[in-house]
Write a new protein. Structure first.
Length: 151
């Protein structure tokens, strides 16, 4: 897998990620359902100075397959997110493995945290498969995983 930091995306790659992000299959599970191009550009600019966030476009054999991200990064933990291209299927495991490896090997984290809508069954099934512990509250599932051991 190859990771490309969002701050290094080409204009074409920026447009690709923007299109994915606002695609109905993905946007429905985002807190901000429809992101404007201007807001997206502001977000990309903010990543250049915000060391608490990392966003990556993930490639498999030169083909972009999805996005992984880390938010609220601190010495021990971070929240995470991921989504695959809405035009592909079957890359969730690869994206999750890539995310876990990066968190452990590069960020040296102990714990990953996340949340998803209870209606996002595919994501919840994936997180459960990878051993995340769940807590449901108010239409959201909150989950965590200690990544210090094997995964």
């Amino acid at each position: 897998m190859k990771l490309k930091n969002f701050v290094d995306l080409s204009p074409k790659e920026q447009q690709l990620v923007f299109k994915w992000r606002n695609h109905e299959k993905i946007a429905v599970f985002m807190k901000n359902k429809n992101l404007s191009w201007e807001a997206y550009q502001d977000f990309l600019k903010s990543l250049k100075t915000d060391t608490s966030k990392l966003y990556f476009l993930v490639f498999k054999e030169e083909k972009p397959i999805g996005v992984i991200d880390f938010v609220g990064i601190n010495q021990h933990s971070s929240e995470f997110g991921l989504y695959q291209s809405p035009y592909l299927k079957g890359f969730g495991n690869i994206l999750m493995q890539t995310l876990l490896s990066y968190a452990k090997e590069n960020l040296k984290l102990n714990t990953l945290l996340g949340c998803a809508y209870v209606t996002n069954k595919k994501a919840l099934d994936l997180y459960q498969k990878f051993g995340f512990i769940f807590k449901e509250k108010g239409g959201m599932c909150y989950f965590s995983k200690d990544i210090r051991g094997k995964f």
